[in-house]
Design a protein around this ligand. Structure first.
Ligand SMILES: Cc1cc2nc3c(=O)[nH]c(=O)nc-3n(C[C@H](O)[C@H](O)[C@H](O)COP(=O)(O)OP(=O)(O)OC[C@H]3O[C@@H](n4cnc5c(N)ncnc54)[C@H](O)[C@@H]3O)c2cc1C
Length: 406
Protein backbone atom coordinates (compact mmCIF):
# COMPACT_ATOMS: atom_id res chain seq x y z
CA UNK A 1 0.00 0.00 0.00
CA UNK A 2 1.18 3.54 -0.82
CA UNK A 3 0.70 5.64 2.25
CA UNK A 4 0.24 9.01 0.55
CA UNK A 5 -1.07 9.51 -2.97
CA UNK A 6 -0.69 12.96 -4.52
CA UNK A 7 -2.74 13.76 -7.65
CA UNK A 8 -1.37 16.37 -10.07
CA UNK A 9 2.30 17.30 -10.58
CA UNK A 10 2.03 21.08 -10.76
CA UNK A 11 3.71 23.33 -8.16
CA UNK A 12 1.13 22.41 -5.47
CA UNK A 13 1.39 18.65 -6.02
CA UNK A 14 5.18 18.66 -6.34
CA UNK A 15 5.58 20.68 -3.14
CA UNK A 16 3.10 18.42 -1.31
CA UNK A 17 4.92 15.29 -2.54
CA UNK A 18 8.38 16.64 -1.65
CA UNK A 19 7.29 17.81 1.80
CA UNK A 20 5.55 14.52 2.58
CA UNK A 21 8.56 12.49 1.38
CA UNK A 22 11.00 14.70 3.30
CA UNK A 23 9.02 14.08 6.47
CA UNK A 24 9.07 10.33 6.16
CA UNK A 25 6.01 9.66 4.01
CA UNK A 26 5.91 6.98 1.32
CA UNK A 27 4.63 8.98 -1.61
CA UNK A 28 3.19 8.20 -5.02
CA UNK A 29 2.53 11.16 -7.32
CA UNK A 30 0.24 10.88 -10.39
CA UNK A 31 0.29 13.20 -13.37
CA UNK A 32 -2.06 12.82 -16.31
CA UNK A 33 0.34 14.44 -18.81
CA UNK A 34 3.49 12.90 -20.24
CA UNK A 35 5.44 15.77 -18.59
CA UNK A 36 4.92 17.28 -15.14
CA UNK A 37 4.23 20.97 -14.40
CA UNK A 38 3.17 22.09 -17.88
CA UNK A 39 1.46 25.23 -16.56
CA UNK A 40 4.46 26.11 -14.40
CA UNK A 41 6.64 25.77 -17.50
CA UNK A 42 4.71 28.55 -19.30
CA UNK A 43 4.28 30.75 -16.23
CA UNK A 44 5.70 34.26 -16.39
CA UNK A 45 6.21 33.82 -20.16
CA UNK A 46 8.43 30.83 -19.44
CA UNK A 47 10.48 32.74 -16.86
CA UNK A 48 8.48 31.55 -13.81
CA UNK A 49 7.76 34.47 -11.53
CA UNK A 50 7.23 32.19 -8.52
CA UNK A 51 6.73 34.74 -5.74
CA UNK A 52 6.93 38.39 -4.77
CA UNK A 53 8.58 40.33 -1.96
CA UNK A 54 6.69 41.99 0.90
CA UNK A 55 5.64 41.03 4.42
CA UNK A 56 2.63 38.78 4.93
CA UNK A 57 0.22 41.66 5.62
CA UNK A 58 1.14 43.29 2.28
CA UNK A 59 1.29 39.98 0.42
CA UNK A 60 -2.17 38.89 1.60
CA UNK A 61 -3.77 42.00 0.07
CA UNK A 62 -3.19 40.41 -3.33
CA UNK A 63 -5.93 37.79 -2.98
CA UNK A 64 -9.01 40.03 -3.37
CA UNK A 65 -11.59 39.45 -0.66
CA UNK A 66 -9.69 36.34 0.60
CA UNK A 67 -6.89 38.36 2.20
CA UNK A 68 -7.49 37.11 5.75
CA UNK A 69 -7.54 33.49 4.62
CA UNK A 70 -4.41 34.01 2.52
CA UNK A 71 -2.67 35.49 5.52
CA UNK A 72 -3.46 32.41 7.67
CA UNK A 73 -2.03 30.15 4.96
CA UNK A 74 1.06 32.30 4.33
CA UNK A 75 1.91 32.38 8.04
CA UNK A 76 2.53 28.63 7.74
CA UNK A 77 4.65 28.87 4.58
CA UNK A 78 5.52 32.37 3.43
CA UNK A 79 7.31 33.89 0.45
CA UNK A 80 10.45 33.97 2.60
CA UNK A 81 10.05 30.25 3.38
CA UNK A 82 9.71 29.53 -0.35
CA UNK A 83 12.80 31.56 -1.25
CA UNK A 84 14.79 29.73 1.47
CA UNK A 85 13.41 26.40 0.29
CA UNK A 86 14.80 27.00 -3.20
CA UNK A 87 18.07 28.44 -1.91
CA UNK A 88 18.60 25.33 0.23
CA UNK A 89 18.12 23.22 -2.90
CA UNK A 90 20.79 25.23 -4.68
CA UNK A 91 18.48 27.11 -7.08
CA UNK A 92 19.88 30.54 -7.74
CA UNK A 93 17.24 33.22 -7.42
CA UNK A 94 16.83 36.70 -8.83
CA UNK A 95 14.69 39.50 -7.33
CA UNK A 96 13.71 41.98 -10.00
CA UNK A 97 13.43 45.64 -9.06
CA UNK A 98 9.62 45.44 -9.18
CA UNK A 99 9.75 42.85 -6.36
CA UNK A 100 9.07 39.76 -8.48
CA UNK A 101 11.21 36.64 -7.90
CA UNK A 102 12.49 34.38 -10.70
CA UNK A 103 15.16 31.69 -11.10
CA UNK A 104 18.37 33.54 -12.03
CA UNK A 105 18.41 31.75 -15.40
CA UNK A 106 14.89 33.18 -16.08
CA UNK A 107 13.96 29.65 -17.17
CA UNK A 108 10.99 27.87 -15.58
CA UNK A 109 12.59 24.56 -16.55
CA UNK A 110 15.25 25.15 -13.87
CA UNK A 111 12.56 25.42 -11.18
CA UNK A 112 10.85 22.27 -12.45
CA UNK A 113 14.13 20.31 -12.68
CA UNK A 114 15.02 21.38 -9.16
CA UNK A 115 11.67 20.10 -7.82
CA UNK A 116 11.81 16.84 -9.76
CA UNK A 117 15.43 16.06 -8.74
CA UNK A 118 14.57 16.74 -5.11
CA UNK A 119 11.52 14.50 -5.20
CA UNK A 120 13.48 11.74 -6.90
CA UNK A 121 16.35 12.08 -4.38
CA UNK A 122 13.85 11.67 -1.54
CA UNK A 123 12.71 8.38 -3.05
CA UNK A 124 9.29 9.56 -4.23
CA UNK A 125 7.60 7.75 -7.12
CA UNK A 126 6.14 9.69 -10.05
CA UNK A 127 3.73 8.07 -12.49
CA UNK A 128 3.18 10.05 -15.69
CA UNK A 129 0.54 9.70 -18.40
CA UNK A 130 -1.94 8.17 -15.97
CA UNK A 131 -4.93 10.31 -14.93
CA UNK A 132 -6.74 9.52 -11.72
CA UNK A 133 -10.38 8.83 -12.58
CA UNK A 134 -11.96 8.06 -9.21
CA UNK A 135 -11.41 8.18 -5.45
CA UNK A 136 -13.38 6.13 -2.94
CA UNK A 137 -12.95 5.75 0.78
CA UNK A 138 -13.59 2.37 2.40
CA UNK A 139 -13.30 2.77 6.19
CA UNK A 140 -9.81 4.22 6.67
CA UNK A 141 -8.42 3.30 3.26
CA UNK A 142 -8.66 5.24 0.00
CA UNK A 143 -9.11 3.38 -3.29
CA UNK A 144 -7.63 5.51 -6.05
CA UNK A 145 -8.26 4.38 -9.63
CA UNK A 146 -6.31 5.60 -12.61
CA UNK A 147 -7.05 4.72 -16.21
CA UNK A 148 -4.60 1.82 -15.86
CA UNK A 149 -4.80 0.45 -12.30
CA UNK A 150 -6.28 0.73 -8.82
CA UNK A 151 -4.14 1.80 -5.84
CA UNK A 152 -4.72 2.08 -2.09
CA UNK A 153 -3.54 4.80 0.28
CA UNK A 154 -3.96 6.12 3.82
CA UNK A 155 -4.05 9.74 2.66
CA UNK A 156 -4.81 11.47 -0.63
CA UNK A 157 -3.66 14.96 -1.59
CA UNK A 158 -5.52 16.50 -4.55
CA UNK A 159 -3.61 19.14 -6.53
CA UNK A 160 -5.19 19.04 -9.98
CA UNK A 161 -5.35 22.82 -10.64
CA UNK A 162 -8.19 24.90 -12.07
CA UNK A 163 -9.94 24.89 -15.45
CA UNK A 164 -8.27 27.61 -17.54
CA UNK A 165 -5.51 26.88 -20.06
CA UNK A 166 -6.95 23.33 -20.30
CA UNK A 167 -4.21 22.21 -22.70
CA UNK A 168 -1.80 22.26 -19.74
CA UNK A 169 -3.77 19.39 -18.14
CA UNK A 170 -5.68 21.43 -15.57
CA UNK A 171 -8.96 21.19 -17.45
CA UNK A 172 -11.46 21.18 -14.58
CA UNK A 173 -12.55 17.57 -15.08
CA UNK A 174 -11.36 16.57 -11.63
CA UNK A 175 -13.96 18.81 -9.94
CA UNK A 176 -16.70 16.25 -10.61
CA UNK A 177 -14.66 13.67 -8.65
CA UNK A 178 -14.48 16.15 -5.76
CA UNK A 179 -18.25 16.74 -5.95
CA UNK A 180 -18.79 12.98 -5.74
CA UNK A 181 -16.87 13.15 -2.47
CA UNK A 182 -19.60 15.51 -1.17
CA UNK A 183 -17.58 18.72 -1.46
CA UNK A 184 -19.09 21.94 -2.82
CA UNK A 185 -17.47 23.76 -5.70
CA UNK A 186 -17.84 27.55 -5.70
CA UNK A 187 -18.76 28.27 -9.36
CA UNK A 188 -15.63 28.39 -11.50
CA UNK A 189 -14.74 31.60 -13.34
CA UNK A 190 -11.94 33.18 -15.34
CA UNK A 191 -9.38 35.18 -13.36
CA UNK A 192 -6.41 37.26 -14.55
CA UNK A 193 -8.47 37.76 -17.66
CA UNK A 194 -8.35 40.57 -20.22
CA UNK A 195 -11.62 42.23 -21.22
CA UNK A 196 -13.11 42.58 -24.66
CA UNK A 197 -14.94 45.73 -25.77
CA UNK A 198 -16.54 46.81 -29.02
CA UNK A 199 -15.43 50.43 -28.70
CA UNK A 200 -13.96 50.94 -32.17
CA UNK A 201 -12.31 54.28 -31.33
CA UNK A 202 -10.49 52.71 -28.39
CA UNK A 203 -9.49 49.59 -30.33
CA UNK A 204 -7.79 51.88 -32.87
CA UNK A 205 -5.42 52.85 -30.03
CA UNK A 206 -4.20 49.28 -29.54
CA UNK A 207 -0.64 49.15 -28.18
CA UNK A 208 -0.92 52.25 -25.96
CA UNK A 209 -0.08 51.60 -22.32
CA UNK A 210 -0.31 53.62 -19.11
CA UNK A 211 1.99 53.13 -16.11
CA UNK A 212 -0.50 54.58 -13.65
CA UNK A 213 -4.13 54.47 -14.78
CA UNK A 214 -7.26 54.07 -12.69
CA UNK A 215 -10.43 52.03 -12.63
CA UNK A 216 -13.80 52.65 -10.98
CA UNK A 217 -16.45 49.96 -10.57
CA UNK A 218 -18.86 48.35 -8.14
CA UNK A 219 -18.46 44.71 -7.08
CA UNK A 220 -21.44 42.38 -7.05
CA UNK A 221 -21.62 42.98 -3.28
CA UNK A 222 -22.09 46.70 -4.01
CA UNK A 223 -18.63 47.81 -2.86
CA UNK A 224 -17.13 50.64 -4.93
CA UNK A 225 -13.47 50.02 -5.83
CA UNK A 226 -11.05 52.53 -7.30
CA UNK A 227 -7.74 50.69 -7.91
CA UNK A 228 -4.76 52.01 -9.88
CA UNK A 229 -2.08 50.26 -11.92
CA UNK A 230 -0.69 49.54 -15.37
CA UNK A 231 -3.19 49.50 -18.21
CA UNK A 232 -2.76 48.25 -21.76
CA UNK A 233 -5.05 48.79 -24.75
CA UNK A 234 -5.12 45.66 -26.90
CA UNK A 235 -6.58 44.97 -30.33
CA UNK A 236 -9.63 43.49 -28.58
CA UNK A 237 -10.03 45.67 -25.48
CA UNK A 238 -8.11 46.24 -22.25
CA UNK A 239 -5.46 44.27 -20.39
CA UNK A 240 -2.43 44.90 -18.14
CA UNK A 241 -2.22 44.29 -14.36
CA UNK A 242 -4.95 46.88 -13.58
CA UNK A 243 -7.49 44.87 -15.58
CA UNK A 244 -6.12 41.37 -14.93
CA UNK A 245 -5.89 41.79 -11.15
CA UNK A 246 -9.45 43.11 -10.88
CA UNK A 247 -10.98 40.70 -13.39
CA UNK A 248 -12.06 38.41 -10.54
CA UNK A 249 -14.84 40.97 -9.95
CA UNK A 250 -15.88 41.39 -13.60
CA UNK A 251 -18.51 39.73 -15.71
CA UNK A 252 -19.95 40.08 -19.18
CA UNK A 253 -22.22 43.14 -19.53
CA UNK A 254 -20.76 44.97 -16.51
CA UNK A 255 -19.93 48.67 -16.83
CA UNK A 256 -16.55 49.91 -15.62
CA UNK A 257 -14.98 53.39 -15.81
CA UNK A 258 -11.37 53.97 -16.83
CA UNK A 259 -9.21 56.85 -15.70
CA UNK A 260 -6.38 57.45 -18.19
CA UNK A 261 -4.88 60.29 -16.12
CA UNK A 262 -2.45 60.17 -13.20
CA UNK A 263 -5.07 61.92 -11.01
CA UNK A 264 -7.12 59.91 -8.50
CA UNK A 265 -10.52 60.90 -9.94
CA UNK A 266 -12.33 63.42 -12.15
CA UNK A 267 -12.55 66.01 -9.34
CA UNK A 268 -8.75 65.93 -8.90
CA UNK A 269 -8.36 66.20 -12.66
CA UNK A 270 -10.58 69.30 -12.76
CA UNK A 271 -8.66 70.90 -9.91
CA UNK A 272 -5.33 70.20 -11.61
CA UNK A 273 -6.59 71.64 -14.89
CA UNK A 274 -7.51 74.84 -13.08
CA UNK A 275 -4.17 75.06 -11.23
CA UNK A 276 -2.24 74.34 -14.42
CA UNK A 277 -4.25 76.93 -16.33
CA UNK A 278 -3.25 79.61 -13.80
CA UNK A 279 0.44 79.00 -14.53
CA UNK A 280 0.27 77.99 -18.17
CA UNK A 281 -2.92 79.61 -19.45
CA UNK A 282 -1.50 80.13 -22.91
CA UNK A 283 -0.76 76.43 -23.46
CA UNK A 284 -3.30 74.42 -25.45
CA UNK A 285 -5.80 72.10 -23.81
CA UNK A 286 -4.08 69.15 -25.47
CA UNK A 287 -0.75 70.17 -23.91
CA UNK A 288 -2.19 69.79 -20.41
CA UNK A 289 -2.92 66.11 -21.10
CA UNK A 290 0.28 65.29 -23.03
CA UNK A 291 2.26 67.02 -20.24
CA UNK A 292 0.56 64.59 -17.85
CA UNK A 293 1.77 61.38 -19.52
CA UNK A 294 -1.20 60.77 -21.84
CA UNK A 295 -0.08 59.74 -25.34
CA UNK A 296 -0.91 62.17 -28.15
CA UNK A 297 -2.96 59.61 -30.12
CA UNK A 298 -5.15 59.05 -27.09
CA UNK A 299 -5.53 62.78 -26.45
CA UNK A 300 -6.60 63.38 -30.05
CA UNK A 301 -9.16 60.56 -29.93
CA UNK A 302 -10.73 61.68 -26.66
CA UNK A 303 -10.96 65.34 -27.79
CA UNK A 304 -12.69 64.18 -30.99
CA UNK A 305 -15.16 62.22 -28.87
CA UNK A 306 -15.77 65.22 -26.62
CA UNK A 307 -16.15 67.46 -29.70
CA UNK A 308 -13.87 70.07 -28.12
CA UNK A 309 -11.10 71.91 -29.99
CA UNK A 310 -7.86 70.62 -28.47
CA UNK A 311 -5.86 73.65 -29.65
CA UNK A 312 -7.68 76.40 -27.74
CA UNK A 313 -5.72 77.92 -24.82
CA UNK A 314 -6.33 76.48 -21.37
CA UNK A 315 -7.40 79.88 -20.05
CA UNK A 316 -10.35 79.87 -22.50
CA UNK A 317 -11.77 76.58 -21.23
CA UNK A 318 -15.35 76.89 -19.98
CA UNK A 319 -16.53 75.17 -16.81
CA UNK A 320 -18.87 73.03 -18.89
CA UNK A 321 -16.07 71.80 -21.17
CA UNK A 322 -13.80 71.20 -18.17
CA UNK A 323 -16.52 68.95 -16.76
CA UNK A 324 -16.89 67.16 -20.10
CA UNK A 325 -13.13 66.58 -20.45
CA UNK A 326 -12.69 65.42 -16.87
CA UNK A 327 -15.41 62.82 -17.41
CA UNK A 328 -14.04 61.50 -20.68
CA UNK A 329 -10.39 61.35 -19.50
CA UNK A 330 -10.97 60.19 -15.91
CA UNK A 331 -14.27 58.29 -16.01
CA UNK A 332 -14.33 56.74 -19.44
CA UNK A 333 -17.24 54.26 -19.53
CA UNK A 334 -16.70 50.79 -20.95
CA UNK A 335 -19.14 47.92 -21.09
CA UNK A 336 -17.48 44.52 -20.83
CA UNK A 337 -18.58 42.80 -24.02
CA UNK A 338 -16.87 39.58 -23.05
CA UNK A 339 -14.19 38.35 -20.66
CA UNK A 340 -11.10 36.68 -22.11
CA UNK A 341 -11.51 33.01 -23.02
CA UNK A 342 -10.39 30.06 -20.90
CA UNK A 343 -7.32 29.98 -23.15
CA UNK A 344 -6.09 33.40 -22.06
CA UNK A 345 -7.35 33.72 -18.48
CA UNK A 346 -4.37 32.79 -16.36
CA UNK A 347 -6.16 31.51 -13.27
CA UNK A 348 -9.43 30.00 -12.16
CA UNK A 349 -11.67 31.80 -9.70
CA UNK A 350 -13.94 29.71 -7.50
CA UNK A 351 -13.11 26.10 -6.69
CA UNK A 352 -13.40 23.88 -3.62
CA UNK A 353 -15.24 25.82 -0.90
CA UNK A 354 -12.79 27.07 1.73
CA UNK A 355 -15.43 26.53 4.44
CA UNK A 356 -14.96 22.79 3.89
CA UNK A 357 -11.16 22.84 4.35
CA UNK A 358 -9.15 23.08 7.60
CA UNK A 359 -6.66 25.82 6.77
CA UNK A 360 -4.11 24.61 9.32
CA UNK A 361 -3.67 21.33 7.42
CA UNK A 362 -5.58 21.76 4.12
CA UNK A 363 -7.52 18.65 5.14
CA UNK A 364 -11.13 18.17 4.15
CA UNK A 365 -13.63 18.81 6.94
CA UNK A 366 -15.84 16.17 5.33
CA UNK A 367 -13.45 13.26 4.70
CA UNK A 368 -10.52 12.59 7.03
CA UNK A 369 -7.07 12.28 5.41
CA UNK A 370 -8.20 13.89 2.15
CA UNK A 371 -6.30 17.11 1.37
CA UNK A 372 -6.64 19.89 -1.20
CA UNK A 373 -4.06 22.38 -2.39
CA UNK A 374 -3.26 24.83 -5.18
CA UNK A 375 -5.50 26.48 -7.71
CA UNK A 376 -8.33 23.98 -7.23
CA UNK A 377 -9.34 25.69 -3.96
CA UNK A 378 -11.42 28.87 -3.92
CA UNK A 379 -8.63 31.44 -3.74
CA UNK A 380 -6.82 33.28 -6.51
CA UNK A 381 -4.10 35.90 -6.52
CA UNK A 382 -2.98 38.91 -8.53
CA UNK A 383 -0.25 38.88 -11.16
CA UNK A 384 3.24 39.01 -9.70
CA UNK A 385 3.93 35.52 -8.32
CA UNK A 386 0.98 35.33 -5.92
CA UNK A 387 -0.65 32.26 -7.49
CA UNK A 388 2.42 30.07 -7.64
CA UNK A 389 3.25 31.09 -4.06
CA UNK A 390 -0.26 30.03 -2.95
CA UNK A 391 0.15 26.69 -4.76
CA UNK A 392 3.49 26.08 -3.00
CA UNK A 393 2.21 27.27 0.40
CA UNK A 394 -0.92 25.10 0.38
CA UNK A 395 1.07 22.18 -1.08
CA UNK A 396 3.59 22.46 1.74
CA UNK A 397 0.85 22.54 4.42
CA UNK A 398 -0.97 19.53 2.93
CA UNK A 399 2.23 17.49 2.45
CA UNK A 400 3.38 18.13 6.01
CA UNK A 401 0.01 17.31 7.54
CA UNK A 402 -0.38 14.09 5.51
CA UNK A 403 3.11 12.90 6.50
CA UNK A 404 2.35 13.55 10.18
CA UNK A 405 -0.74 11.36 10.17
CA UNK A 406 1.61 8.36 10.17
C1 LIG B 1 0.17 31.55 -19.13
C2 LIG B 1 0.21 31.52 -17.62
C3 LIG B 1 1.17 32.28 -16.97
C4 LIG B 1 1.21 32.29 -15.58
N1 LIG B 1 2.18 33.01 -14.96
C5 LIG B 1 2.23 33.02 -13.60
C6 LIG B 1 3.27 33.70 -12.92
O1 LIG B 1 4.20 34.23 -13.54
N2 LIG B 1 3.24 33.72 -11.56
C7 LIG B 1 2.25 33.10 -10.84
O2 LIG B 1 2.27 33.16 -9.60
N3 LIG B 1 1.28 32.40 -11.46
C8 LIG B 1 1.26 32.33 -12.80
N4 LIG B 1 0.29 31.60 -13.43
C9 LIG B 1 -0.66 30.80 -12.60
C10 LIG B 1 0.05 29.53 -12.04
O3 LIG B 1 0.81 28.93 -13.05
C11 LIG B 1 -0.97 28.56 -11.46
O4 LIG B 1 -1.76 29.23 -10.51
C12 LIG B 1 -0.28 27.36 -10.82
O5 LIG B 1 0.41 26.61 -11.78
C13 LIG B 1 -1.31 26.47 -10.11
O6 LIG B 1 -0.61 25.37 -9.58
P1 LIG B 1 -1.35 23.99 -9.25
O7 LIG B 1 -0.28 23.04 -8.88
O8 LIG B 1 -2.45 24.23 -8.30
O9 LIG B 1 -2.05 23.56 -10.61
P2 LIG B 1 -1.41 23.24 -12.05
O10 LIG B 1 -0.14 23.94 -12.24
O11 LIG B 1 -2.51 23.51 -13.00
O12 LIG B 1 -1.11 21.69 -11.98
C14 LIG B 1 -2.15 20.72 -11.89
C15 LIG B 1 -1.63 19.42 -12.48
O13 LIG B 1 -2.59 18.39 -12.24
C16 LIG B 1 -2.65 17.55 -13.38
N5 LIG B 1 -3.92 16.83 -13.39
C17 LIG B 1 -5.16 17.33 -13.63
N6 LIG B 1 -6.08 16.37 -13.52
C18 LIG B 1 -5.42 15.22 -13.21
C19 LIG B 1 -5.83 13.88 -12.98
N7 LIG B 1 -7.11 13.51 -13.03
N8 LIG B 1 -4.88 12.96 -12.70
C20 LIG B 1 -3.56 13.30 -12.64
N9 LIG B 1 -3.12 14.55 -12.86
C21 LIG B 1 -4.04 15.50 -13.13
C22 LIG B 1 -2.50 18.52 -14.54
O14 LIG B 1 -2.10 17.88 -15.73
C23 LIG B 1 -1.45 19.50 -14.01
O15 LIG B 1 -0.14 19.11 -14.34
C24 LIG B 1 0.25 31.54 -14.83
C25 LIG B 1 -0.69 30.77 -15.50
C26 LIG B 1 -0.71 30.75 -16.87
C27 LIG B 1 -1.73 29.90 -17.57
Amino acid sequence: MDKIIVIGAGPAGLMAAITAAKNGGTVLLFEKNAHPAKKLSISGTGQCNFTHDGDIAFFAQHYGEKGKIASRILKRFSNEDLINFFKDLGLEIYRREDGKYFPISMRSSDVIDCLLCTYDFLGGKLILNDPVISIEKKETIFLVSTEKKRYTANSVICATGGYTYPKTGSDGQFFSIIENLNHHIVPLGKGLSPIITQDEAILMLSGISFKNAGLLFRTKKGKQLNPRGELLITHRGFSGPLILDNSRYFEKGMKIYLNFTPFQDKEMLKKNMLDYSEKHGKKSLAAFFTDHTIPKRMVNTLFNMAKIDKDIPLSNLTAEDRKKLSKIFAEYPTTIQEMGSINNSMVTTGGIALSEIKLSTMESKIINALYFCGEMIDIDGDTGGYNIQMAFSTGFIAGLAASRRG
